[in-house]
Ligand binder design. Structure first.
Ligand SMILES: *Cc1c(COP(=O)(O)O)cnc(C)c1O
Length: 461
């Protein structure tokens, strides 16, 4: 009889290694001070475990590196482009594929054409770059997420679902002619990396059909989303994740995708569309701003690596390990009494620093304090998603805090092993022990926009 193992192993072995420099707390305190207590300003070789983002930080496979050597760098009609185009057409079913240097370039091309002063875009949640591109065109971006998503303890699986009734109300209010597109982000990165169900996707397809509105998928993490559907949505346990993703693409009219996430490459993206006229407009813009139609913003070796990555991502041993290793971190933190957003999504664990540091008010930035502590304790880099990132000032110069003070631990794909994750868990043990001594931070210098990247801080005495 075959035995059932409890341990989900990394379904790969390591061929090339990248050394990590082990540092001590005194050095890290010094570096953090030099970085004006802003972890974005740290140098990567001062970091032991880097959980800043899962974007562009994947480890490529031996097959992808072999593909890099095979990359055909011809200006027009590259063989590598033919491979990438075929893989995307087979997966998505969309006939028009435009290669871009990353996801936001695909967004800029599409949303600058569809947008404008009198337009509105509806989404479960617009990711930052999506919102920025929509708003830059003059249009309005409105998030329509289900109410469950506002409750951090509600562990409904498909917390990324859009609120279809709210979308319909907005369509009635603004008029279908004024809706640039409905954009469904899978998984919902800004919400907590939680999935969207096929049922919800189908309802949105029906809504868009009824009103004659374009339906676009932001497919950055479509494979991780497919894994959750396979595990949790009835009728899908017998389907492959690839079939599930293809079904999801078939419900929409096109997609934008940053290949830096699920496609397992360090740079790249694409736009894929059904409508030939829309594809023509976007192709003109592609040639002006990115490059010729058979490379966009990419080199041949990138395109080769994307073609292979888009195949590897649907390996279900990989997807099981991927989602399991993220959940492993989240579940351990939860058990230790570290408040986390539930359920755990695919690519990251979100820690509720506002709740753990409930003695630090928002104007002393508890999320930022936690990110600094994690670095000092273990050389771990995370990112604050709270009032440093999203806070605003009222007319008296008082802080209007973000709805929640979170710290995101994003997990790069195939990069860290279980012992790295155990080390992070241990660091949180020390962090919890010392929580009452942490006093928070004040901002000493900040720019007008996107202050989290460059602001200077000082610990509150
Ligand atoms: C990362 C991301 C983008 C933008 O892609 P880039 O490659 O970083 O430009 C768009 N949407 C979502 C959901 C993302 O996570």
């Amino acid at each position: 009889m075959q035995k059932q193992f409890k341990t989900v192993i990394e379904p790969f072995k390591i061929k090339t290694v990248e050394p990590i420099t082990i540092t001590d707390r005194r050095q890290r305190e010094e570096w953090l001070k030099e970085a004006k207590y802003n972890t974005f300003k740290l140098k990567s070789d001062q970091v032991i475990i880097d959980l800043l983002t899962d974007s562009g930080t994947s480890a490529m496979s031996a097959e992808q590196w072999a593909g890099v050597m095979r990359g055909d760098e011809s200006y027009a009609g590259s063989v590598s482009w033919q491979r990438m185009e075929k893989v995307i057409k087979d997966l998505t079913g969309y006939p028009h594929i435009l290669p871009t240097h990353q996801g936001r370039a695909a967004e800029r091309i599409l949303y600058s054409h569809l947008g404008g002063e009198d337009k509105v875009f509806l989404s479960n949640t617009h990711f930052d770059t999506t919102r920025a591109n929509v708003e830059y065109s003059g249009a309005k971006a409105i998030d329509c997420i289900i109410p469950e998503a506002y409750d951090p303890d509600n562990d409904f699986t498909f917390k990324g679902n859009a609120d279809v009734d709210t979308m319909e109300q907005h369509i009635r209010e603004y008029g279908a002619d004024h809706i640039g597109a409905v954009i469904l982000t899978v998984t919902n990165n800004s919400g907590g990396g939680q999935p969207v169900s096929m049922e919800n996707t189908r309802q949105i397809r029906d809504l868009c059909r009824r009103h004659g509105i374009l339906f676009i998928l932001d497919a950055c993490r479509v494979a991780e989303n497919a894994w959750f559907i396979k595990q949790h949505e009835s009728g899908y346990s017998g389907k492959s994740c690839r079939e599930i993703a293809s079904e999801m693409f078939s419900l929409a009219d096109g997609c934008v995708m940053s290949a830096k996430k699920d496609a397992l490459v360090n740079m790249g993206g694409f736009l894929a569309l059904n409508d030939p006229d829309l594809a023509d407009h976007c192709t003109n813009m592609l040639i002006i701003t990115e490059g010729y139609t058979t490379y966009g913003g990419l080199s041949g070796c990138d395109m080769e690596a994307i073609a292979i990555g888009l195949d590897e991502i649907f390996n279900e041993d990989y997807l099981q390990y991927r989602t399991r290793s993220t959940a492993y971190l989240g579940e351990h933190l939860d058990k230790m009494g570290i408040p986390v957003i539930k359920p755990i999504g695919g690519h990251a664990v979100y820690v509720d620093a506002g709740r753990l540091y409930n003695h630090i008010p928002p104007e002393k930035y508890p999320g930022h304090a936690m990110a600094c502590e994690l670095y000092k304790i273990g050389g771990i880099r995370s990112v604050e998603i709270g009032s440093v990132m999203f806070g605003k000032y009222d007319e008296n110069g008082d802080l209007i805090p973000a709805p929640r003070e979170l710290v995101r631990l994003a997990i790069p794909r195939r990069v860290y092993t279980q012992s790295h994750v155990d080390y992070v868990i241990e660091a949180f043990g020390f962090l919890k022990e010392g929580k009452d001594e942490v006093k928070g931070y004040q901002i000493t210098k900040e720019p007008k926009f996107l202050r989290h990247f460059t602001a200077h801080f000082e610990p509150v005495q």
